[in-house]
Design a protein around this ligand. Structure first.
Ligand code: HEM
Length: 130
């Protein structure tokens, strides 16, 4: 199996990830019903996000913490939701890729998810969100 090497690999990973997410009973409805995500808008944003994270290209512009903080007002994002998100992400990476970048993207996803979970559910979250 090959490693994640370029944007085409990121696109494959992101597309597979969100296809599984949409079918998932725990977090799928948050995307498809509550946020009613516009996929042709969301997916390219996520390609940029992961390319920025993994390859250090500053192409993603946005504030994921704020996005999820406001999402949390409509769909509480708790342990179960984050556990599910991480499980699907890790499984998708492992199904498609192996190598240093595959390990790095899982570690980054884990740290961002854990930080997001902590900030959203912390009593101080309104002050510390960014
Ligand atoms: C409980 C787990 C999660 C759920 C249910 C969730 C759900 C969502 C939804 C519904 C959106 C789209 C908002 C919209 O377009 O209206 C979104 C955007 C986004 N998510 Fe998540 N998310 C989760 C965890 C994560 C994690 C762990 C990361 C990063 C590692 C992440 C990164 C992003 C980014 C970068 C955006 C785009 C923000 C922007 O610039 O607009 N999400 N998420």
């Amino acid at each position: 199996m090959k490693d994640i090497e370029n944007r085409a690999d990121i696109i494959l990973l992101v597309d597979c990830f969100y296809s599984k997410v949409q079918d998932n009973q725990t977090i799928g409805p948050i995307f498809t019903q509550i946020a009613n995500v516009n996929w042709s808008h969301h997916l390219p944003k996520m390609y940029d996000f992961w390319e920025s994270i993994l390859f250090g290209k500053a192409i993603y512009k946005g504030n994921p913490m704020l996005t999820h903080f406001s999402l949390n007002q409509h769909a509480p994002l708790k342990e179960e939701e984050f556990k599910t998100w991480k499980m699907i992400f890790f499984n998708t990476v492992d199904e498609l890729f192996a190598g240093e970048n595959a390990e790095t993207i899982k570690q980054k996803a884990q740290s961002i998810a854990d930080l997001m979970h902590f900030k959203i559910n912390s009593p101080q979250s309104k002050i510390n969100i960014v």
